[in-house]
Design a protein around this ligand. Structure first.
Ligand code: ADP
Length: 803
């Protein structure tokens, strides 16, 4: 931009401006009054115009070109409004051009082009001398403009101090406008627009606006620059600080934390002795991690993953030390009785010993809670010298719980199998999968399919967990599963397993277990000895009968712990001597008995039969009630019965109807009677076919008016022809009957062979009736028919039995 200076000559007043004047087209700038600027002139026509002007009164009309690229502008290429200037000095340059110094004078407008050759000569009309009266608004405007110019300077705009002084002191709006605009460095079009405003006040208003915009622009620009600088400063600062920190750590002989960390991880990976593929993956992830910012979310995810890889026992195994004699000893040490089970386990171990990579079946311990399934697993691990881990599959419905979540999930983790292996710390633990009968399948995938892969010796040498994403060899793991019932175990899983049943314990067995295992164990756990406490058989049996009701011994162990705790506290408080538990003082330790022996039903009743059920927690007795009322032959079943049980009720009714004549029931009764069978407790779901004989007996009783013997319990499936079919859970059911004080049991003939399962001492006190047909059952269970009248009187009065 051309430098400008101002001289205080007022052209408008001192010099007469001629009407006819040479014109000098200028490019790239608009000349304003009071502006002094040098111009370089090269164009032939322009030089001519200057020469002519210099010959006369040195005045020349300066107008801007609309387009600076036009070499020889025609009149239409020029703005009409311009400024009359006085050439103050002229210098011829060696290259033929001339340099002039001009000062802007009055603004004027081209009226007419008088000549175009050899230079432009025009007739002009100057703007009328507008001596404006300065009112309040103009004054305010002027002040504003002055302030804005100062602000502009403070934002870094270069305006010479001399000019600033002039601007500060000027009091004519037109003059201030011209001075301001001359120094603002506006674009040609903008400047021209302002020049064309004749009214000085309007002009200054326009300039005020332009200044405001300019200031805003500059402040924005400054802010952007400041931000950018701030950003750069911050990263540079951090970089320098980090470098300094490193230098300081080096000086102090400390190593950089991160690289130390990475080294540790790398060592861990090496130590894990992974298979090649896994090692490569771990190394790759580690390199990725090194490149990441340590605080990035992904870095911690990657890190966790690498740690998982490094901590899995890829090649760490315990050495099997299988000595069958020792194993036998350990099993005996830990468990009372269970001879068959122990034998089977020893056989299993023996085969394993002979055949290292045995692809044999997987053991599945089935039985009620607290019968020692877990502790058998532990003993197996102990006798093999292996680690023991246990996971529960109860309620697992999601495949991801077995197999893990893919790493893309937030908070993803490996599945329970891999977690178990990590906990074990070795790749060949005894791995117990508890409650395999409690897994379910739903929309989240079928966990049993994943389990199948885990348990299949053909596939499990390359088990793939979604999180780990690499095959892991599970073939050396010894899996053992447990379940309460076999029925709910998915078929394909059951096929792979060898079921070993553990039934509930009799009172005598429980006593044995308590004396030789539970009591000594609880004594040591509570820090007391046999010198402090004595629990004779009688009170112990009382604990079994009155404080627990279970097939296993879990609660029994808890109650014994309770006794020990009480005594331990007394000793800790300073008491000495021996505490003997007796029947009389038992309740002071354990509180009032929780269970009383079953109250026998007071009398034989019509339509109420004692059945025996096999439940998850062992055996139980079940009072099945039937009653009739006038109706149309409908059968109602209540008590939360499953489909199988409902069907067997229908079968029982059909059987009774088909035998009506033989039983002495008038054949037309069925069409006029509705039957209702109810199985308490109504809220507990029940299923299975083994209540068939019981329901048939109840029906036979109500239709014949013969009371059922209350001292008999029964179990068995019934066919339409009245054949009695075998059932399971004989031992559990027998024990349940015994607990209920019933000594005679009707059983299917085909179950006779299973009597061996029942301990001798139990068998000796019981009477078993083996029935092949329903007729035999009825013959044994029903008393003599009562006359109809009496029967109906007795029915409403009977007390409802509980169990
Ligand atoms: P489960 O896994 O079948 O539910 P646990 O193995 O947890 O049962 O057994 C519960 C407790 O009873 C354990 O402390 C266990 O040692 C003990 N126990 C069960 N059966 C026997 C037994 N036959 N001999 C010795 N202790 C037993």
């Amino acid at each position: 931009m051309a430098k400008t200076e101002t001289k205080n000559i007022d052209l408008q007043q001192s010099i007469e401006i001629p009407k006819k004047i040479p014109l000098l087209p200028i490019r790239d700038i608009v000349v304003f009054p009071y502006m002094v600027l040098p111009l370089f002139v090269g164009r032939e026509t322009s030089i001519k115009a200057i020469e002519v002007a210099l010959e006369g009164n040195r005045m020349i009309f300066l107008t801007s070109q609309k387009d600076i690229n036009v070499e020889n502008p025609s009149p239409s290429d020029l703005y009409t409004v311009g400024t009359v200037g006085v050439i103050m000095r002229m210098l011829k340059l060696p290259d033929g051009r001339i340099k002039i110094l001009v000062q802007g004078g009055a603004g004027a407008k081209t009226v007419k082009f008088l000549q175009k050759e050899p230079f432009y000569q025009v007739e002009i009309k100057t703007y009328p001398d507008a001596a404006t009266a300065i009112n309040l608004e103009t004054e305010a405007l002027m002040r504003n403009v002055k302030e804005q110019i100062e602000k502009l300077v403070s934002f870094g705009k270069v305006i010479l101090p001399d000019i600033m002084v002039v601007i500060e002191n000027v009091d004519d709006p037109g003059k201030l406008a011209d001075l301001a605009v001359a120094n603002m460095g506006l674009k040609v079009e903008q400047a021209q627009e302002i020049l064309e405003i004749a009214d000085p006040v309007a002009r200054i208003k326009r300039i005020n606006e332009a200044l405001g915009k300019e200031i805003e622009l500059l402040s924005m620009q400054q802010k952007i620059q400041a931000d950018v600088r701030g950003e750069i400063d911050k990263t540079q600062r951090e970089y320098f600080l980090r470098e300094q920190l490193k230098a300081i750590q080096r000086e102090l002989g400390e190593t950089d934390d991160r690289s130390e960390d990475m080294r540790e991880l790398r060592d861990k990976i090496k130590e894990a002795k992974m298979p090649e593929k896994a090692a490569k993956e771990a190394e790759k992830q580690l390199r990725r991690l090194e490149r990441m910012h340590p605080d990035a979310a992904e870095a911690s995810m990657t890190r966790t993953y690498i740690e998982w890889l490094a901590e899995l026992p890829w090649s760490k195994a315990t050495k099997d030390n299988l000595d069958l004699k020792a194993a036998h000893k350990i099993l005996e040490e830990d468990h009372y009785d269970l001879e068959k089970v122990k034998e089977r386990i020893l056989e299993y171990l023996a085969v394993r010993k002979l055949k290292e990579k045995m692809k044999g079946p997987i053991l599945c311990f089935v039985g009620p809670p607290g019968v020692g399934k877990t502790s058998l697993g532990k003993s197996i691990a102990r006798s093999l010298g292996r680690e023991f881990v246990r996971i529960s599959l109860g309620g697992v419905r999601d495949e991801a719980e077995i197999r893990g979540h893919r790493r893309t999930y937030v908070g993803a983790l490996p599945g329970r199998i891999i977690q178990g292996i990590k906990t074990a710390g070795y790749n060949n633990p005894v791995f117990m999968l508890d409650e395999i009968d409690k897994i379910g399948a739903d929309f989240r995938g079928d966990p049993s399919a994943a389990l199948l892969e885990v348990l299949d010796p053909e596939q499990n040498n390359s088990f793939s967990d979604h999180y780990i994403g690499l095959p892991f060899d599970l073939s050396r793991v010894m899996f053992i599963t447990t379940a309460n019932m076999t029925d709910p175990i998915p078929g394909p899983l059951k096929d792979r397993m060898e079921i070993i049943r553990l039934s509930g314990y009799t009172e005598q067995e429980k006593l044995g277990i308590a004396k030789s295992y539970l009591v000594p164990r609880q004594l040591t756990e509570h820090g007391i000895t046999e010198k402090n406490i004595s629990i004779p058989d009688k009170p112990l049996l009382q604990v079994i009968a009155q404080y627990t009701r279970e097939a296993g011994v879990r609660n029994l162990e808890r109650e014994i712990a309770h006794l020990c705790r009480k005594v331990a506290r007394k000793i800790a408080e300073g008491a000495t001597g021996m505490f003997t538990i007796t029947s009389a003082n038992l309740h002071t330790y354990l509180g009032v008995p929780k269970f009383m022996p079953e109250v026998e039903r007071e009398q034989d009743e019509i339509g109420v039969v004692t059945g025996l059920a096999w439940t998850e927690t062992g055996g139980d007795i079940l009072y099945i009630e039937a009653t009739t009322m006038r109706g149309k032959g409908a059968l109602t079943l209540t008590g939360h019965l499953g489909d199988v049980m409902k069907e067997s009720a229908h079968a029982a009714l059909t059987y009774v109807r088909s035998r009506a004549e033989k039983l002495g029931i008038p054949p037309d009764v069925f069409g006029k009677t509705d039957v209702h069978i109810h199985v308490p407790a109504g809220a507990i779901p029940k299923d299975g076919p083994s209540a068939g004989v019981t329901m048939a007996t109840a029906l036979a009783s109500v239709f014949t008016n013969a009371p059922v013997r209350r001292d008999i319990a029964m179990t068995g499936e019934v066919t339409l022809r009245g054949r009695v079919m075998p059932i399971g859970g004989l031992k559990e059911k027998t024990l349940a009957a015994r607990r209920a004080g019933i000594n005679t049991i009707i059983l299917p003939k085909e179950n006779e062979k299973d009597l061996d399962d029942i301990p001798k001492n139990v068998r000796q006190n019981m009477k078993f009736i083996f029935a092949e047909t329903m007729d035999e059952v009825i013959a044994n269970a029903l008393r003599k028919k009562l006359p109809r009248r009496i029967a109906h009187k007795r029915l409403p009065g009977r007390s409802r039995a509980t169990h």
